[in-house]
Design a protein around this ligand. Structure first.
Ligand SMILES: NCc1[nH]cc(CCC(=O)O)c1CC(=O)O
Length: 306
């Protein structure tokens, strides 16, 4: 095949790793295909002094990459699917969702083994409302402090002594070779990840059939099924950076199991739901779990978040 494929990517070490990973998989799937990266800066990367929710939400990480595709400077973009808004911009598609890596969050600390070992009033860094809500539910005494920036920056701030511990995604740490920093895994269903955590997605223009077909070779059907359930649940709860929502689905044969949580970032309240459904109807299961959460009072928590 004699074609050039240009991948728009953010410039953080994790984004570059993920884009190189996709490039290598595309080259392996399509011998002769030339794949190059087009690294770009996004507003989500540049504005670090305010919360993501305050500056416009998850879409900020995508916009510049989407504009590059519209201008014809790139053919596709690689994202962590958990950073992709529930409603994609019109005119774009996700023809590939790669096999999910580790879904779990990681407890990272230079002094303590796990959340239970933290002393009374310890300082934990995370800007994620979802992580804050689950920490508050487990340990109301902890002091939660904001922590933004890429994975390397966050580890550096921990090492500088600003926090007793931080919470990061296992997948990001593993991809960057920081496995040894994981003191303990925060596993489902006791602790739930962000919808689609650990999954990488490729975005293209919806009308670019040739690029869509090339990327579709990397699609992993079981992962797509799981993340569709998680994202449908989140969408039904109006999930955004403003509301602490967590979800994790697992496919076992034709059975799909989905765990969901809506929490409060300001106090320890949280509601949970868990249901079994069919693997060929992931969105139905997502909506059912969302309804179950609402029936238990999730609406009140969502309302509080404004
Ligand atoms: N919020 C940033 C972000 N987006 C994706 C990952 C990790 C990789 C993944 O979930 O696929 C991370 C870092 C983190 O949350 O620790």
């Amino acid at each position: 095949m004699n074609r050039l494929l240009r991948i728009a990517t953010r410039k953080s070490p994790l984004a570059l790793w993920q884009s190189e990973h996709v490039a290598a998989a595309l080259r392996a799937a399509h011998p002769g295909l030339e794949v190059v990266l087009v690294p770009m800066s996004t507003r989500g990367d540049e504005v670090l002094d305010r919360s993501l929710a305050a500056i416009g939400g998850k879409g900020l990480f995508l916009k510049e990459l989407e504009l590059a595709m519209l201008r014809g400077e790139a053919d596709c973009a690689v994202h962590s699917l958990k950073d992709v808004p529930m409603e994609l911009e019109p005119g774009f598609a996700l023809p590939a969702i790669l096999e999910r890596a580790d879904h779990a969050d990681a407890f990272v600390s230079n002094r303590y083994d796990d959340i239970a070992a933290l002393p009374q009033g310890a300082v934990v860094g995370t800007s994620s409302l979802r992580r804050q809500a689950q920490l508050r539910a487990l340990r109301p005494d902890l002091q939660l402090r904001d922590l933004r920036g890429n994975v390397n920056t966050r580890l550096a701030k921990l090492d500088a002594g600003e926090y007793d511990a931080i919470v990061l995604a296992c997948a990001g740490l593993q991809r960057l070779g920081f496995d040894v920093r994981i003191r303990s895994r925060l596993d489902a269903p006791q602790w739930l990840p962000a919808p689609a955590q650990g999954a990488i997605a490729i975005e293209t223009r919806a009308d670019d059939d040739a690029t869509r077909a090339l990327c579709a070779a990397l699609d992993h059907v079981a992962t797509r099924t799981c993340v569709e359930a998680e994202r449908a649940m989140n969408r039904a709860l109006h999930g955004s950076c403003h509301v602490p929502v967590a979800a994790f689905a697992q496919l076992d044969g034709e059975h799909l199991q989905l765990h969901g949580l809506v929490g409060s970032a300001s106090d320890g309240r949280a509601v949970r739901a868990q249901m079994l459904g069919r693997g060929d109807a992931p969105e139905c299961l997502g909506l059912e779990v969302a309804d179950a959460l609402l029936a238990q009072g999730a609406r009140e928590l969502i309302g509080d978040a404004g």
